[in-house]
Design a protein around this ligand. Structure first.
Ligand code: G3H
Ligand code: 13P
Ligand code: ZN
Length: 317
């Protein structure tokens, strides 16, 4: 059952974070739904512009509708990830989405406010909520000082002004994470002081953490042992930190890269071990199971595992 993102946030805020996962194909959808049923967790499906282009808009939506029929107990929201203004409007008008993200974080502050405000007006008129972004998520393997790093993080006072002026319903904040498989070298941690400072300015307001993949070292090692060439020193977010972040108002945690690593590991290992095989359904089925297990693991780390029946009861009232 597709529900609004706002309802999921209202029930989760301060208690646990809802996992938001990108999908591009059928196997990801099957693993995603199966994993969340096994974990008894609510979740958010994210569709990026790239996914809309790769699968085709009718196809990606049909995959989700089909999964909904196969897993009638699932409770989830459908969200546009990193949208531009035109894509936000297309998703708002489609009637399929629960919420959209307008990512104008690369624009100057005033422009970001103005663009976000326009999207909020269109979305709210149709009952959708809007995620916006303020601050700069780190790039790939940046060689920058701690001071420079701090200036890229979301400024708490600016965040308050931004939310008041734009009317956005949740905010993606720069708190030390970055997208992709190459996040940080050495020890890396979330900036909890910054999360707490933003929460102080915006009490009860949902923050979104992008770039939340963990890039597990054992996963990278298995991919490389099976012929891959990923940087073995890559590090991501320690998922043991999710619950602390959730208690400080991080209500949505975006994970994409880790799921891609599961896919890559399963397929590399499968074809290495079965060099004469060409029935792609065999590794496909292994991947669905492995991705479902991965989702159960993440749901436990997020604290969303076991919350499904409580959410169902609350929504029925
Ligand atoms: O943050 C971006 C997500 O990982 C989606 O990636 O644009 O390659 O689909 P994508
Ligand atoms: P990762 O690259 O860390 O999985 O982040 C995904 C994300 O933020 C999608 O919006
Ligand atoms: Zn993102």
């Amino acid at each position: 059952m597709i529900v609004t993102t706002a309802e999921l946030f209202r029930l989760a805020y301060g208690k646990y974070a809802v996992g938001a996962y990108n999908i591009n194909n059928m196997e990801q959808a099957l693993g995603l739904f199966k994993g969340h049923m096994d974990a008894e967790a609510p979740f958010i499906i994210q569709i990026s512009k790239g996914a809309r282009k790769y699968a085709g808009i009718p196809m990606i939506e049909a995959i989700i509708r089909a999964a909904d029929q196969m897993f009638p107990q699932a409770i989830y929201a459908v969200h546009l990830d990193h949208g531009d203004e035109a894509t936000c409007y297309a998703c708002i008008d489609s009637g399929f989405y629960s919420s959209v993200m307008i990512d104008a974080s690369h624009e100057p502050f005033e422009q970001n406010v103005a663009i976000t405000r326009r999207v909020v007006e269109r979305a709210h008129a149709k009952g959708l909520s809007v995620e916006a972004e303020l601050g700069m998520l780190g790039g790939v393997e940046e060689d920058i000082s701690v001071d420079e790093k701090h200036t890229m993080l979301t400024d708490p006072l600016e965040a308050k002004t931004f939310v008041e002026r734009s009317g956005c319903d949740s905010l993606a904040v720069a708190i030390g994470t970055s997208h992709g498989a190459y996040k940080f070298k050495g020890q890396q941690s979330l900036h909890f002081d910054r999360i707490a400072a933003i929460q102080q300015q915006l009490p009860g307001y949902p923050m979104v953490m992008h770039g939340s993949s963990s890039v597990p070292q054992d996963e990278v090692a298995r991919i490389n042992a099976a012929g891959g060439a990923l940087d073995p020193s890559a590090r991501g977010v320690d998922d043991n930190e999710f619950k602390r972040a959730a208690s400080l108002g991080v209500t949505k945690v975006n994970i994409d890269t880790d799921g891609r690593l599961v896919w890559t590991r399963v397929h590399r290992e499968y074809f290495q071990q079965h060099p004469a095989e060409f029935d792609f359904r065999k590794p496909g089925a292994v991947y669905v199971d492995e991705y479902a297990k991965f989702i159960v693991h993440k749901s436990n780390k997020l604290g969303s595992a076991g919350q499904l029946e409580g959410v169902r009861t609350a929504l029925a009232k």
